[in-house]
Ligand binder design. Structure first.
Ligand SMILES: [Cu+2]
Length: 114
């Protein structure tokens, strides 16, 4: 089963790297690099606020029946994530990333990288 990851959006800043569940090749201080998932359903991001460790990959998984985006202007933009598809972003810098869906601007979420 081939997993299609929508990686159309290229990271716009050096802070983020778009990847497909890339295993951390780097050694060094134990940095959590597990993938955490934001589920997109019912026109909401679940959970609306997700806390992750620096270096973590967040997978935006669209389990709804319509396309959505996960967009943080200036940081990352998934482009349209079709139903059943997902998009991954690796967060390599601390901070709070507020994102929304460009198709449904009332959809908001937040990734807190600590
Ligand atoms: Cu949407």
């Amino acid at each position: 089963m081939k997993r299609i990851v929508a990686c159309l959006a290229i990271a716009f800043t050096a802070a983020l790297t778009v990847s497909q569940a890339a295993p951390a090749a780097r050694s060094g201080p134990a940095q959590a690099s597990k993938a955490k998932t934001v589920d997109i359903s019912h026109f909401e991001f679940h959970p609306p606020t997700l806390q992750v460790a620096r270096g973590a990959t967040v997978v935006f998984s669209n389990s709804s029946g319509t396309a959505h985006t996960a967009t943080d202007r200036g940081a990352f933009d998934s482009g349209h994530i079709k139903p059943g598809h997902s998009f991954s972003v690796r967060f390599e810098q601390q901070g709070t990333f507020r994102y929304h869906c460009k198709i449904h601007p009332f959809m908001h979420g937040k990734i807190v990288v600590g």
